[in-house]
Design a protein around this ligand. Structure first.
Ligand code: SF4
Length: 467
């Protein structure tokens, strides 16, 4: 395994302010989530229903996707298939260029972050303006998102006030009161909404049966994007498809309680194709694969595609709480990122992420669709070892064979113990072997203290005492 995550996490671990911001925010959300989920006597049944729906949806994804194409087209929309990020960026760029517009509004979309759409549009001379408050903060700071739901979770109110004062005209007297910050962003965005001709959105769900697309958000800015412009382009990962409209009822009960700890989402927008005189005149749905089909081929890892991006697993993860999202170097941080990124981007790109976990299981306990993240982490560790590091066959197999032989007979075990002691004791300093292990074991020792082996084992001491 590489040390990429451990190295990327170091600056965050040394930043006390960042750790305090993360701890405050994640603890507040996780406590609220626990309260609102406890209100429902059938919460566990709802989770099981969510799991079954997502399982059925991914098992027959090919059928549901073809149905989406038919139903969206029948409702007046157009469906585009994007096998990878480059294709999705090209499709969106060409659609916008055809309108002659040089500026588009965007409603929060992880899929467009994943494919680097803003950068690709900038290369075509098109400016994408983020309209979600947290995304706007990240964009103004030239920063990157560090949380699925609260992309600016690493910034506190004082930092946001300074950012607004520096970037938004007329905000010199702004305080760090949340209402004032929200009002400043609202005034800045309102004009953009009114003049925008093109919007780009993500999607939380699409329904195969009806061709409806669904976006949930908290500020209402998303709804402005979805209704005011003339052209709406939605970029959606293929795993977001649900078979039936009734499935939405389960998902819309699970998602708000797990994400923002609300009983109901403040703004849930649903649209089906285009409707003359109401909303955008043109609608395009870009179905993004970008590693999802390959993920489906792994019978253990494919459950990562069940994720509904609620972020509950981030808020309870002891690793995320200390490192924040940037250390994951991916659009998807936290426990879900640790299993999704290596599968979507290729094992080599996210090879260290399956180790970014203590395997405590807190993520599994809160996941609204019951994704067994710890089991997938262990599975991916095995895959990285075999497919990237080349372990598992020759070297590792031989080492395990030797260990098995040593443990099989007491005499051999005791000889191995004596040999281990003779080799390890010279490495000890003040009773500990810390950061001094040779070769590949050195990385193991950078974050762990290994006590020096005692001069004699318990058995030796016992034998000596009896004799
Ligand atoms: S893995 Fe589960 S808990 Fe984590 S973001 Fe996805 S749905 Fe939410």
């Amino acid at each position: 395994m590489s040390n990429e995550f451990a190295n990327a996490a170091r600056p965050a671990l040394e930043n006390a302010q960042l750790r305090a911001n993360l701890r405050g925010a994640t603890h507040a959300i996780r406590e609220r989530r626990a309260r609102v989920t406890a209100e429902l006597p059938d919460w566990e049944e709802l989770r099981e229903a969510g799991r079954r729906i997502k399982d059925a949806a991914t098992r027959h994804l090919d059928v549901h996707l073809e149905q989406v194409e038919r139903t969206v087209t029948a409702a007046g929309g157009r469906v585009h298939w994007a096998p990878d990020a480059a294709a999705a960026n090209r499709i969106v760029g060409e659609l916008i260029e055809a309108t002659g517009e040089r500026e588009v509004v965007k409603v929060k979309s992880l899929a467009t972050d994943e494919i680097g759409l803003n950068r690709a549009l900038a290369e075509r001379g098109i400016r994408a303006l983020e309209t979600d408050l947290a995304e706007l903060i990240v964009q103004l700071a030239g920063d990157s998102s560090s949380h699925i739901l609260v992309p600016a979770i690493h910034r506190n109110r004082g930092e946001i006030r300074e950012l607004f004062r520096a970037n938004l005209p007329g905000t010199e007297r702004l305080t760090d009161e949340p209402q004032q910050l929200a009002e400043a962003a609202r005034r800045h965005l309102r004009n953009q909404f009114l003049k925008a001709k093109v919007a780009v959105s993500g999607a939380n769900f699409a329904v195969a049966e009806t061709g409806s697309v669904c976006v949930v958000e908290s500020e209402g800015n998303g709804r402005m994007c979805l209704t005011l412009p003339e052209l709406l382009i939605t970029v959606m990962g293929i795993e977001k498809v649900l078979p039936r409209f009734a499935d939405l009822a389960v998902m819309l009960s699970l998602l708000p309680r797990s994400s923002t700890a609300e009983r109901m989402n403040p703004y849930t927008s649903l649209w089906t194709g285009v409707t003359p005189g109401d909303g955008p005149r043109e609608f395009h749905l870009v179905l993004l694969d970008a590693g999802r089909s390959a993920t489906l081929a792994d019978p253990v890892g494919r459950v990562a595609l069940h994720c509904i991006r609620c972020s509950a697993c981030l808020n309870v993860c002891p690793v995320y709480e200390r490192t924040g999202g940037h250390a994951y170097e991916s659009t998807y941080p936290g426990p879900i990122g640790a299993i999704l990124t290596p599968q979507l981007s290729g094992l080599r790109a996210g090879a260290s992420l399956p180790w970014a976990s203590s395997l405590c299981g807190a993520c599994y306990e809160v996941c609204p669709v019951k994704i067994d993240i710890p089991s997938v982490l262990v599975h991916l560790r095995g895959r990285v070892n075999r497919e990237v590091a080349g372990f598992g066959g020759g070297g590792e197999g031989a080492a395990m064979g030797l260990l098995a032989r040593a443990f099989a007979r007491r005499s051999r075990y005791e000889r191995a113990q004596r040999l281990g002691r003779a080799l390890a004791r010279p490495l000890a300093r003040d009773g500990w072997i810390a950061r001094a292990l040779p070769g590949p074991l050195g990385a193991w020792g950078t974050v762990r203290d290994l006590p020096a082996p005692p001069e004699q084992s318990f058995r030796e001491w016992w034998r000596g005492r009896r004799s």
